[in-house]
Design a protein around this ligand. Structure first.
Ligand SMILES: N[C@@H](CCC(=O)N[C@@H](CS)C(=O)NCC(=O)O)C(=O)O
Length: 219
């Protein structure tokens, strides 16, 4: 049975795993969680009642949490590109950066999106202001890390870049990355040009009207 991924094309965490799958040309079936396929949602919730996606199904084994999914893929379905370096210390740097993008970039975005979804204008404004404050701290820190690097952890594209691509994509929509962060802006542009992420962005394009903060007319 091929691998199956339950998720949604517009979801940042789904994209994080899609990038890893596309990078290695790993065969899988995408099971979209949408109104047209309620059976997918039922299967997903039965396997992961904590209601977070994506979920990877490998035979009878369910794997959740995107960083774990990517590590699992490398262990069980390795492709030519190793998204976790073999060297344990280098792998630790990658895991740290992966955590950084999830916790300090994607989480503030999710906070702002969640606040906007309440429909309460005051909460929405507070949520966005809170995200802006957190994202400024994150942008400044990343800018300081990127000098001389092509990818988050250095010369090689890793799991950290799988996390960075969708999180910086949506972060810039939530609180634009200012011109005072030229290395970060250039890194985001490199991520957008990477074929694996460019594909995920194209697949998600039809859903842009769903972005509760209002999608800008650009990538
Ligand atoms: N730490 C989780 C985060 C997953 C996550 O937050 N996914 C979002 C979609 S992008 C979700 O499930 N949202 C639904 C909800 O929170 O109810 C991971 O890495 O898989």
């Amino acid at each position: 049975m091929p691998l199956a991924l339950y998720g949604h094309p517009f979801s940042s965490y789904t994209q994080k795993v899609l990038i890893a799958l596309y990078e290695n040309g790993t065969p899988f079936e995408f099971r979209s969680l949408g109104p047209d396929t309620p059976q997918h949602a039922a299967e997903w919730l039965q396997r992961w009642p904590l209601r977070k996606f994506p979920l990877l199904l490998d035979g009878e084994r369910s794997v959740v949490e995107t960083s774990i999914i990517i590590e699992y893929l490398q262990l069980e379905h390795a492709g030519p590109l190793h998204l976790l370096p073999a060297d344990a210390r280098a792998a630790l740097d990658v895991r740290f950066l992966d955590r950084f993008f999830d916790l300090h970039v994607m989480s503030p975005v999710q906070h702002a999106v969640g606040a906007a979804l309440t429909g309460n204008a005051e909460k929405a404004q507070e949520g966005r202001a809170h995200a802006a404050e957190k994202l400024e701290l994150a942008y400044a820190w990343i800018e300081g890390q990127l000098a001389g690097k092509t990818w988050a952890a250095g010369e090689h594209f890793t799991m950290a870049d799988c996390a960075a691509a969708p999180s910086l994509f949506y972060a810039d929509w939530t609180h634009p990355i200012a011109g005072s962060y030229p290395l970060l802006r250039a890194y985001r542009a490199r991520l957008l040009a990477r074929p694996s992420f460019a594909r995920a962005v194209e697949e998600a394009r039809p859903y842009r009207p769903l972005f509760p903060l209002g999608a800008p007319d650009r990538d």
